[in-house]
Write a new protein. Structure first.
Length: 363
């Protein structure tokens, strides 16, 4: 398999259903002052999450004509590299390895503002790629499970439950399939580094015949319908909104370790309206823009001055060293390496099938 084909396939695995081409448009208000400025934003971020931010920015800068287009991660990346497609002023995506590769390959231009200079080192790469959100990876389970077996608070709790109650949980657990989900594969890479018992957990998932799916949405729907009792490694920002209207579900950020992913943004070197892009990205990094993210969405604000619910600071205060943000750096490129991917997936499959046709270690 060629690297380019592997890249496209991996991006397809990252894509979520329902993220087909969608648009928001905010026309410039008539003004005798500043001339109208155009701003084109392309993202893999659902409209309910980006709309509050765009509305607030436009209210503050009514002379901007804003165009937002929402794509799947695959389509967003393909369009960016296609010379015949409309060029964006800002690109936002949760596909961290692919955003990093674009910036690393020279497709991003720097932002030199006070907000950019003050941005936390762990949430930026040079002055070109910025993490705007703070989204833990979580466990979701049905409340009836806790009533029967006790609450799950950590990976250790989950592993113990899977090993000791495997008959009751057979076919009632769901997680990502790392072979067809870029998100699931990325999380697997990170967990191998973090946990010495990760492969035992994969084996335990196989031992209960866990369902392997491609998206957080599929997991949440199955949990709400009662087909599953436990969902492992869901995107917390989507899960928290979902369980707000599904009281039969409980979400937990594991207390032993919790991966955190981010939406990464950059200004392309060929941005048609670079000054508008710089002003908007600077707003997204400002305390004001981050306040909107923290208060009006479930994406999690990164700005170090913000505290309280919906912020990285609140989560760090509550969970401390248990939070493990996926590192923004060269290690992300390992996700796109063919040989490393093949080796990890082979090991994952082998461990998942460890207990197939063999006696279990627990009754």
């Amino acid at each position: 398999m060629t690297k380019s084909l592997c890249l496209l396939l991996c991006l397809a695995w990252l894509s979520l259903p329902g993220l087909a081409d969608e648009r928001l448009h905010f026309p410039a208000a008539p003004s005798d002052g500043e001339p109208p400025l155009s701003l084109i934003v392309h993202g893999a971020l659902d409209l309910p999450y980006v709309k509050p931010v765009l509305e607030d920015f436009h209210r503050r800068h009514p002379h901007f004509e804003l165009h937002y287009r929402n794509f799947t991660t695959l389509e967003l990346h393909r369009r960016f590299l296609d010379d015949d497609e409309e060029k964006a002023d800002l690109v936002i995506s949760s596909a961290m390895p692919w955003q990093y590769r674009l910036a690393n390959d020279g497709h991003a231009q720097p932002l030199r503002t006070a907000s950019a200079e003050a941005w936390p080192d762990w949430a930026r790469w040079r002055r070109e790629l910025f993490g705007l959100t703070f989204e833990p990876i979580v466990i979701v389970y049905r409340r009836e499970l806790a009533e029967r077996f006790g609450a799950i608070t950590s990976h250790a709790d989950l592993l113990n439950l899977l090993e000791t109650r495997h008959q009751a949980l057979r076919g009632r657990v769901v997680t990502y399939d790392p072979a067809r989900s870029g998100a699931g594969y990325t999380y697997a890479i990170e967990e191998v580094r973090l946990s010495p018992r990760y492969w035992d957990l994969v084996a335990a998932l196989g031992g209960v015949d866990a369902e392997l799916v491609g998206t957080t949405g599929e997991m949440l729907e199955g949990l709400a319908e009662g087909r599953y009792l436990i969902g492992y490694n869901l995107l917390g920002s989507y899960a928290s909104d979902f369980i707000a209207t599904h009281p039969q579900l409980e979400m937990v950020i594991p207390r032993d370790y919790a991966l955190v992913t981010q939406r990464l943004a950059f200004i392309p070197r060929e941005a048609p309206h670079p000054e508008a892009a710089r002003r908007f990205l600077d707003y997204l990094l400002s305390e004001t823009g981050q306040g909107v993210i923290g208060e009006q969405t479930s994406l999690g604000a990164v700005h170090p001055a913000l505290e309280g619910p919906g912020t990285a600071r609140e989560l760090r205060t509550r969970l401390g060293d248990a939070l493990r943000p996926i590192r923004l750096g060269p290690g992300l490129l390992a996700t796109l390496d063919d040989l490393k991917r093949e080796a990890l997936l082979a090991r994952w499959t082998r461990e998942y099938q460890r207990w197939s046709g063999r006696p279990r270690p627990h009754p």
